[in-house]
Write a new protein. Structure first.
Length: 117
């Protein structure tokens, strides 16, 4: 069973930066594709970024491309989301996920990011 715990959220002014971390349990962490979604108040959860098992392939939503960077450290069982040039519309609860298998996706509990204008 994979458990995911996010950290690094908080309040930041527009134009600022935050780095989210997602620490995973499990000895097979390095085999999981992983990523981030977010959900703003009153909106559906939306895809943000994903990274393959090795970190060699990444993909981003158009809304964050060029501002956010996803990376992973398999030795530390951790995935990161570096968020730069933050905008008020980036305000949301951010969720980390891991694709444990073709039909099983594990989720973290979510962490709040608030960007003030």
């Amino acid at each position: 069973q994979v458990q995911l715990v996010e950290s690094g959220g908080g309040l930041v002014q527009a134009g600022g930066s935050l780095r989210l971390s997602c620490a995973a349990s499990g000895r097979t962490f390095s085999t999981y594709p992983m990523g981030w979604f977010r959900q703003a108040p009153g909106k559906e959860r939306e895809f943000v970024a994903r990274i393959n098992w090795s970190g060699g392939s990444t993909y981003y939503a158009d809304s964050v491309k060029g501002r956010f960077t996803i990376s992973r450290d398999n030795a530390k069982n951790t995935v990161y989301l570096q968020m730069n040039s933050l905008k008020p519309e980036d305000t949301a609860v951010y969720y980390c996920y891991a694709d444990v298998s073709g039909s099983v996706r594990a989720w973290g509990q979510g962490i709040q990011v608030t960007v003030s204008s």
